[in-house]
Design a binder for this molecule. Sequence first.
Ligand SMILES: N[C@@H](CCC(=O)N[C@@H](CS)C(=O)NCC(=O)O)C(=O)O
Length: 344
Amino acid sequence: MSTKSTNTSVEESQENAENRRKKGEFVRGLSGFRNTIGDDDFPIESGRYHLFVAFNCPWCHRATLARNILGLENSISMDVVFPGRTNEDHPAGANLWEFNPDRVSTLTGEILPECTLETATGNNFKLVKEIYMNEGSTEQSVPILYDKKSKRIVNNESAEIIRILNQNAEKLGSTIIAEERVDLYPENSQLRNEINALNDKIYTAINNGAYKAGFSSDQRIYAAAFQDYFQTLSELETLLASDGRKFLTGNKFTEADLRLFPTLYRHDPVYYLRMKLNGAKILDYPNLWRWLCRVYGLSGVPASNSLVHCRQGYFGRSWNNTIPLGPMKPMSYPEAYNHPDLVK
Ligand SMILES: N[C@@H](CCC(=O)N[C@@H](CS)C(=O)NCC(=O)O)C(=O)O
């Protein structure tokens, strides 16, 4: 077990992780592949890299947001797994991500058109686990940034994947000219400090905090996560209200916004129920709601995800195999995020 100190804006401290897990706390493990691109092993080339993602996974959502916002849809290819894991009757076992575009969604009664086969390794793997096994690893998580030329995993930590894409967007083949492209992590030390501080808070209390609330089986751990989550939402609401800023650090969208978005986008339709985060809806926070709609309105953001996948993935096997359909008021989601009466 690793007890080395961790960057808590990227990953959770592993101190006493086994003990904490035994007591019912959900503790997220560390990601094993932490390479970057731009050296001899992984040169920066357009068309060379690939993403493996699940649309229901919020960590993958970071990567798909970065890919779309930075204009990398044409130069970074992508495969999408089915949002539910394998069942007990699967020959490889249960709870695995699978590439299965023929699998029928229990929500829609149809296949999910975004799901793909595995197209990057040359092996037509059926399971994400096989991509890792091919490199002697027992991990099984998404997202993965993959090198199609050397056939190796570059990185499986979303916080680092988005930095890699941002830093190298131009040479990776962005279709957006530099002057018009968002810089998620601009070279300005004061701004970077602000982004880092927000990342730390948002990762701990919101992104990972939602999982701690939803997946821990100890009431006190759940209650602390619940409280921390809503306390942080209130702080962010106050921050946005303070001077009418459009985004978390001012008038430009940055990595801090990108990292907040996947959780808040899921909050009303999924996490409110599934993660037991039923203290309030984002709709109850006027500034956070406007921020959410504003980010949803950025080019490439709606296409970076699908709430059908989120609903299917989070509620699929639990909840008696039926998937809650709401909210319906004031209207359905994600349409609410760009409805003219609600986006003010
Ligand atoms: N640190 C990783 C965490 C990714 C992660 O936890 N992904 C989940 C899906 S939401 C996963 O695939 N877990 C492995 C599994 O459950 O089999 C990152 O942010 O990239």
